[in-house]
Design a binder for this molecule. Structure first.
Ligand SMILES: [Zn+2]
Length: 257
């Protein structure tokens, strides 16, 4: 399987082979460039595609045996959007998972309490969620995640076990922080790109396309059309015979310590 360790070994081998040929005068310098580009392309792919399990194994799909899926929302709590999501989930009796940004919690404690009281899973999505988050050192990332845990604990009395990396990026620094905090890293199998959707119809199609057993759907609290399609999405999912369960139930893993 292609993971960070195997890739390193393969490229070290290739580099040694090229060096050897170079000494034998049978190669040109552009092969080094080619190797360099290939290596960093694979690292880029491994960092940005959570399903690649390149640096770390994530939980991004449940069992194929059960006709069930889970819905997740990133980046909340947000006073402008989250209450409507919670109302709708409540009226449809659907459990969801909310991956919270720690700095959003202060001032939105009631929303976070509601999530916990209404049976939704709460996970860590970092405290700061800055654009360059994954380029920080392991120590800074570890502290940032701890700060988000503290905020969630302050409001709910629970310490989350689930962590979803901002932008889904995993590199060696993020991996170290995940291991330092002993988190289960939660990915997704369907990325709806709801924050970039052009229309409600397009978003609904994207979310429903290729739906299969064990899928974990990624939405965001602030997706422009997310709340608008949620009811139709839930109805269609159920019409196709799927159950919608909590991501902890889907993955058969406890969400808290
Ligand atoms: Zn996010």
């Amino acid at each position: 399987m292609l993971n960070a360790r195997n890739t390193r070994l393969i490229f070290v081998f290739l580099l040694v082979a090229v060096l050897f040929l170079h000494l034998e005068n049978k190669t040109i310098i552009s092969i080094y460039l080619l190797l360099f580009v290939a290596y960093f392309s694979i690292l880029f792919y491994g960092s940005y595609f959570i399903q690649s399990d390149f640096f770390l194994r994530s939980l991004w799909k449940g069992s194929k045996e059960r006709k069930a899926i889970a819905i997740t929302f990133d980046d909340g709590p947000m006073a402008e959007f989250t209450p409507r999501l919670l109302d709708l989930l409540k009226s449809e009796s659907v459990p969801a998972a909310f991956f919270l940004i720690g700095k959003n919690i202060e001032g939105n404690e009631t929303l976070v309490k509601r999530m916990a009281d209404e049976g939704h899973v709460i996970g860590n999505h970092s405290y700061s969620h800055t654009f360059w988050f994954s380029l920080n050192g392991s120590k800074t990332i570890t502290e940032d995640l701890k700060k988000c845990d503290d905020e969630i604990f302050r409001v709910t009395g629970k310490k989350p076990k689930f962590f979803r990396p901002p932008y889904g990026v995993i590199n060696p620094m993020v991996k170290n922080a995940i291991q330092n905090g002993n988190y289960a890293c939660i990915g997704w199998s369907i990325r709806t790109y709801d924050t970039n959707a052009k229309s409600a119809e397009q978003l609904l199609q994207k979310a429903l396309k290729n739906l299969s057993n064990g899928d974990i759907i990624l939405f965001h609290d602030w997706g422009q059309f997310t709340i608008g399609i949620l009811s139709d999405f839930i109805k269609e999912v159920r019409a196709r015979g799927f159950e919608i369960v909590g991501v902890d139930e889907l993955l058969k893993t406890k969400a808290y310590y």
